[in-house]
Design a protein around this ligand. Structure first.
Ligand SMILES: *Cc1c(COP(=O)(O)O)cnc(C)c1O
Length: 359
């Protein structure tokens, strides 16, 4: 059987069917339906946050946030993330300005942010890579000093707590992805969390073409999501703690069996940090070794992913390719290992043995 980097969690089918029966009763399939409102309420309660919008995916969440905050000019961002972080900046006609990362946790290096700020800078958009928190305190300080907005691409951070609150509660806006590959999913989906109630209302309008009924307020886009997606979220949410616990077992299995003389794992250590075990990345010696390890695993039908590769400052369609040596180097020699609650301990052992052998 093929073993991928992840396997989407599916709730017991009866639990999903209960919600389908409600959809059949309501005959309401999309556009702010009752299940969507119920999911938004449950997410707000779970995240202990007030302003939350359930949207079509994690990318439209970023687009709507950038648009609604009227960001222009340059946005400081990380080169080490999924491409959607960069492309959403470009899509809104802003210029991504890449700031290199820390080797230790693979997040944006806050000591390099100030020198990247110019009079055109309007915002900082950073990713909590692998669900590990950025230096949110320092970023807030810098943003206040230079009057910049802060958006976190928190696509990996659902279920992460930092200093006793959800990691999604930091920044002016945090966005999350509920794509099928993420820790918590609604098949396709995402959310936008914001501090400012007026901004929230604006984004609510943007999510559905800028109008409410017959009142037309602004331009907008279709960022809505359906009752079927909300139903998957409602069925999955009660299983979240068991999903995270299952991931933790696998994660600890790798920690116990990998040979850390030959590799390291990006990490964030703090007593105030509760992790969601979203990813298990390992950074190997060099790219040649990494490709050998991937090939050896593929021979056993095991498919890790190069998260994240390429370093986004090297995307071929960028006209101005900044240099980010740490990100560029790590992107060549990092892989994320198979990690999901149902992964068997024997597989974890086998993956670890192969990596130890070829690393
Ligand atoms: C998954 C992901 C996204 C995109 O989310 P979609 O829901 O697939 O649009 C954006 N940023 C990061 C860091 C991601 O991992």
């Amino acid at each position: 059987m093929r073993i991928n980097v992840t396997q989407s969690f599916l709730p017991p089918i009866e639990e999903y069917q209960q919600y389908l029966l409600k959809i059949w009763d309501n005959k309401w399939l999309t556009n702010n339906g009752p299940l969507l409102l119920e999911l938004e309420d449950k997410l707000k309660e779970y995240l202990n946050t007030e302003n939350l919008l359930f949207v079509g995916n994690g990318t439209i969440a970023l687009q709507i946030a950038i648009k609604a905050m009227e960001l222009k000019g340059e946005i400081i961002t990380t080169p080490f993330s999924y491409c959607a972080t960069t492309t959403s900046i470009l899509w809104e006609n802003c210029q991504p300005v890449f700031v290199d990362i820390n080797a230790s946790d693979s997040n944006i290096n806050v000591n390099l942010i100030e020198e990247a700020i110019t009079e055109k800078t309007t915002a900082i958009m950073a990713t909590h890579v692998y669900g590990l928190p950025c230096d949110v305190e320092r970023i807030e300080e810098i943003a206040n000093k230079y009057n910049l907005r802060v958006i976190y691409d928190a696509a990996h951070a659902f279920g992460v707590k930092y200093k006793n609150k959800s990691l999604l509660d930091y920044g002016d806006v945090s966005t999350c992805s509920f794509h099928a590959t993420k820790v918590f999913h609604t098949i396709e989906g995402g959310c936008i969390i914001s501090k400012d109630a007026a901004l929230h209302e604006k984004m609510l309008l943007y999510r559905s073409f800028g109008h409410l009924g017959d009142e037309y307020f602004s331009v907008g886009i279709n960022g809505k999501n359906s009752e079927f997606h909300a139903a998957m979220g409602l069925a999955n949410l009660p299983h979240l703690s068991e999903i995270i616990e299952g991931r933790k077992q696998v994660f600890n299995g790798y920690d116990a069996q990998l040979d850390f003389d030959k590799m390291y794992r990006p990490r964030f250590e703090s007593e105030d940090f509760e992790y969601n075990y979203a990813y298990y990345p390992v950074v190997l010696k060099d790219e040649a070794t990494t490709l050998q390890v991937i090939e050896a695993l593929n021979k056993e039908n095991i498919y890790p992913r190069r998260y994240f590769y390429p370093s986004l400052n090297k995307l071929p369609y960028l006209t101005d390719q900044a240099s980010c040596p740490v990100s560029e180097e790590i992107s060549l020699k990092v892989i994320s290992l198979p990690l999901h609650p149902e992964l068997e301990p024997e597989v974890v052992t086998k993956v670890s043995e192969i990596i130890n052998q070829y690393a």
